[in-house]
Design a protein around this ligand. Structure first.
Ligand SMILES: [Fe+2]
Ligand SMILES: [Fe+2]
Length: 448
């Protein structure tokens, strides 16, 4: 599995930092204590793997290491902000973080590189076990404050995604044999004791500080059940997987929980009208922006029912999506909209004119009229394709063959691999009545 670095941000309400978990502040501070381990801990993981980067020849593993480092760097950044919120809430987050940095910096100084990598392998097994627990049962974080739940779920998904990377590095750079086995398992025993001692020490300190600042601590019995409950408790649930680490031929993917990743990410893309496998409407009227928004509605109704969804659009796909985002029928259903190079048409003219926009004051007012004119010149094709008959005529007279060249010069895109794709596209759309500007834009968006 190839870990992918995702640069995500989360909205963590500061006033809920001490009580964001649905099962009360005791469980919240268990997670908060774990959060305090990540900035120093994940830097240690990254460094211990980096120590061996030059000894890895396998290009796939090299790429996985890059993905692993990228993911851990993003986790660190988010947990630093999370921990700052704890500090602002009156908890000794920075003091505890500093303490951990001191411990791990000492380890970095005195431990040989193989020991440091062994610590990482063991702790990555821990993060993978805990991540698996979070993902296997929605009730472990369900009902909690949105931003915190999203952040922990994201972290759990990526920990699962890269759970074998440090172990594969370990197997690649260390000589196999009894010595390697004893080092790995011995460090696991030592790490287990140290890890839980630190987690519980931090947790108790957070609880005491929360009580001192006047916090109302809820859910003491629930945390006991959460951690030790015989059927669903964290410790009984991880026991078998923890033991499996001691098998001589152990590998993190022996516990194959890839399905947990699949069930979380469900990506749906569709061919908009006149592009890909979608049919072209018979008239230009069929491309009206309201109809394109209605298509989106039909797709999400069929694919997601009434569930909310995240929407991503690129260029023309993005311009269409703005219509849906501002449509009252989608109110409360679109959880986020990511627009890539596609303005809202209502705002587009403001941008071109360099005018004033109340929501985006800085960007719009900084734009000089010259920039607006330059942008209009760059977008000449929009006006050109609005002309009657001429675009179709030009295309029929040889533009088809020029299209790959045009893309290469103007967009630096290599479109010569499948020239027949363009021929088919033109045959299907532009020879039909109503072949229109939208078809062309859709072709650009679809990469035709
Ligand atoms: Fe992480
Ligand atoms: Fe990790």
């Amino acid at each position: 599995m190839m870990p992918i670095r995702r640069d995500l941000r989360f909205n963590l309400p500061q006033d809920r930092a001490c009580d964001w978990h649905a099962q009360g502040s005791h469980v919240t501070h268990f997670f908060n204590a774990l959060s305090l381990l990540f900035p120093a801990g994940e830097r240690f993981f990254m460094d211990s793997v980096r120590n061996y980067r030059d000894q890895i020849d396998d290009p796939v593993l090299k790429k996985q290491v890059l993905g692993f480092i990228g993911q851990e760097a993003m986790h660190t950044r988010e947990h630093v902000e999370y921990n700052d919120l704890l500090e602002q809430a009156g908890l000794p987050a920075h003091k505890l973080d500093k303490r951990l940095w001191a411990i791990l910096n000492f380890g970095r100084k005195v431990l040989p590189h193989p020991y440091q990598l062994a610590v990482t392998v063991c702790l990555e097994h821990y993060t993978a076990m805990l991540a698996g627990l979070l993902l296997e049962d929605a009730s472990r974080i369900g009902g909690s404050v949105d931003g915190y739940a999203q952040m922990w779920t994201w972290h759990a998904l990526e920990e699962t995604e890269h759970k074998a990377v440090s172990y594969d590095v370990w197997n690649t750079v260390l000589k196999p044999g009894l010595g390697r086995y004893l080092l790995r398992t011995g460090v696991m025993l030592a790490t287990t004791i140290t890890f839980w001692l630190i987690v519980f020490d931090f947790r108790v300190r957070l609880l005491i500080a929360d009580r001192k600042r006047g916090g109302h601590l809820r859910g003491m019995w629930r945390v006991v059940k959460y951690l030790y409950g015989p059927r669903h408790g964290v410790f009984p649930r991880v026991a078998a997987e923890w033991l499996s680490f001691f098998r001589p031929g152990f590998h993190p993917w022996d516990h194959d929980n890839r399905a947990q990743l699949d069930s979380r990410y469900r990506v749906i893309s569709y061919d908009v009208r006149g592009a890909g496998a979608s049919e072209a409407p018979a008239t230009r009227n069929g491309y009206r922006i309201e109809r394109l928004a209605a298509d989106l509605c039909a797709v999400v109704n069929a694919a997601c029912g009434q569930q909310p969804f995240h929407l991503v659009g690129h260029e023309w796909g993005s311009i269409q999506s703005w219509e849906a985002v501002t449509d009252p029928q989608f109110k409360g259903r679109i959880r986020s909209f990511t627009s890539i190079s596609g303005p809202c048409l209502d705002q587009g003219s403001v941008g071109l004119r360099g005018g004033h926009d109340a929501h985006n004051k800085r960007r719009m007012t900084n734009r000089s009229p010259r920039v607006g004119i330059r942008q209009m010149l760059r977008s000449w094709y929009i006006f050109f394709f609005h002309l009657p008959w001429l675009p179709e005529l030009v295309w029929r007279m040889g533009r088809v063959r020029m299209w790959p060249l045009w893309l290469r010069v103007t967009e630096r895109v290599d479109a010569s691999r499948d020239p027949m794709q363009i021929e088919r596209f033109v045959a299907r759309h532009l020879t039909e009545p109503g072949g229109s500007v939208t078809s062309l834009f859709n072709a650009r968006a679809a990469g035709e």
